[in-house]
Design a binder for this molecule. Structure first.
Ligand code: 6LW
Length: 512
């Protein structure tokens, strides 16, 4: 068997441990559904476009990115959303031949449901629920076909903005976006903060309400209650949270935001987690990723196995620009096609006055898939300035760039974090430049400042037979815990002056 994420393959085998993360790199808030002989997962994308990637598998081991829900600007309308807002926490479901994705876009369209009969194809324009004030919507139907949206009552607009009403539920008309009653409060967990990410399932004789609580950081966990009807009342499970990594030594932390599914050989829970690194295990460079673990049922209650770490190895992406960009390329608040063009086997970016410090940079990127990695690109910067960056957001990004000229290439490496910036400069001969951005775990053993970080990022360049290392920078500031913009690391190509042409993008996992 093989694992395949946007063209990345490696051998593996189904069983414990799984290949985990299932979806490496920036893939938070996963939701999963089994339909038509396959499994589908969608994840959050915030201000990145195209939005809401759809991943497909038939065996839960080999995953392929088959498309995105948000392929047209008006669907997600994140063109002006503040960083960290945008597309939050989708739920994917299937009923009567139709796939549904319901999602919240805070500071945007609010709660929206999209449908399609082909999850790899085009999704609908979306029906908005203007009166639904909350996040993390779930969709379920009772046996009569009544549609229920169960959601986390974090108030997003009006005088009570920021107040949390716990888990709420409302019957809805999916065709019009109308609420058919006043939202009602449901069981909201065992008392930890931020009850969220509810999912409602009919299984056997019970309706089960699964929620996340404890917040999406180290306290995260998954709790459960059950009742005789989708509206409750719900009786809490005997051991909540039934899944959490809090206060444990486990390599995957923050496990929560789970969605249950019947897998190839038993129940699974798909969830988010992080891989903290460094001496105090404080920094998670890739952000929140998608993991899976097994669930068994004891007396009608789920018991979850710890989430095992079984990472992909040898991940490689070797991309030339002879073919249309695949769905793994993303831009910020704009689509890749709005900021780039493909000309004679090159990805061409034309600067528009913005830089990586701006909300709308000329940037086309892909998820960083492994903590230790080597990324590179070959660029012709003879008519502009462009480079290779790793970013969390407009305040947290490291990059290496070239500005060409007849006398040679001026190379700049830059590290920007909130309130601080440093630059390093070098000169290389004229001609095409290879820009490199390598990430490596701290080398050596023991305890001390050098071992406290998650990784080190080395920025270097080659041209005309010469190479120069400009800087090795501590990577902890580009982590989920420090950037805190809800996203993850995205590696990408950008332009800040004139026009630049990239002829390749290469990413390879490095030995740790
Ligand atoms: C998501 C919610 C959360 O909607 O973060 O802190 C939001 N909790 O479950 C964005 O991922």
């Amino acid at each position: 068997m093989s694992s395949n994420i946007g063209g990345i393959s490696e051998p593996g085998g189904f069983g414990a441990p799984f290949l985990n993360p299932v979806l490496p790199g920036f893939n938070p808030d996963p939701s999963v559904v089994a339909a038509n002989g396959a499994y589908y997962i969608v994840t959050s994308t915030f201000e990145y476009l195209p939005g809401l990637p759809v991943y497909r598998s038939t065996d839960f081991l080999s995953w392929e990115r088959v498309g995105n829900v948000g392929t047209r600007a008006a669907q997600l309308a994140v063109g002006d959303v503040p960083t960290g807002l945008g597309v939050w926490a989708p739920t994917i479901r299937f009923r009567n031949g139709l796939f549904y994705v319901i999602v919240t876009i805070p500071a945007g369209r609010g709660c929206v449901v999209f449908t399609t009969s082909d999850p790899a194809g085009q999704w609908s324009d979306g029906v908005v629920f203007p009166d639904l004030n909350g996040i993390d919507p779930d969709l379920a139907w009772d046996d009569d076909g009544t549609a229920y949206v169960t959601f986390s009552g974090l108030i997003l607009s009006g005088d009570d903005t920021g107040k949390h009403l716990g888990i709420q539920q409302v019957r809805v008309d999916l065709d019009t976006g109308e609420l058919l009653e006043e939202p009602r409060s449901l069981w909201s967990g065992s008392g930890s903060m931020f009850p969220e990410a509810p999912h409602l399932y009919h299984r056997g004789e019970y309706w089960y309400l699964v929620i996340a609580e404890g917040g999406t950081e180290r306290g995260h966990g998954v709790s459960i209650a059950r009742g005789d009807s989708p509206e409750g009342p719900f009786t809490p499970g005997p051991a909540n949270p039934f899944l959490t990594a809090r206060s444990t030594i486990r390599p995957i932390q923050n496990t929560g935001h789970g969605d249950l599914v019947e897998g190839p050989d038993g129940t699974l829970i798909v969830l988010l987690g992080v891989r903290p690194g460094g001496g105090t295990r404080a920094f998670s460079p890739l952000g929140r990723e998608t993991f899976v673990t097994r669930v068994s049922w004891v007396d009608g209650w789920p018991v979850a196995e710890p989430v095992h770490l079984a990472p992909h190895s040898g991940l490689v992406e070797d991309i030339s620009f002879d073919e249309p960009l695949d769905a793994g390329w993303m831009s910020i608040r704009r689509y890749p096609a709005e900021v780039s063009s493909l000309v004679d086997g090159n990805l061409v970016l034309t600067a528009d006055g913005s830089t990586l410090d701006d909300s709308h940079p000329v940037f086309v990127g892909r998820r960083q898939l492994a903590v230790a990695s080597q990324a590179s690109t070959v660029v012709d910067a003879s008519t502009g300035t462009g480079g290779l960056a790793v970013r969390y957001d407009e305040q947290a990004h490291f990059e290496i760039e070239a500005t060409g000229g007849v006398d040679g290439n001026h190379i700049v490496a830059r590290a920007s974090i909130p309130s601080f910036r440093q630059e390093w400069k070098a000169e290389l001969p004229a001609g095409p430049v290879t820009l490199h951005l390598d990430t490596a775990l701290p080398a050596g053993e023991g305890f001390g400042p050098a071992m406290m970080t998650s990784d080190y990022i080395t920025l270097w360049a080659e041209a005309g037979g010469e190479s120069v290392v400009l800087a090795t920078v501590d990577g902890r500031s580009l982590s989920a815990e420090t950037a805190a913009s809800f996203t993850g690391r995205v590696l990408g190509l950008y332009a800040t002056a004139g026009t630049v042409a990239f002829s390749s993008y290469h990413f390879a996992e490095a030995a740790q």
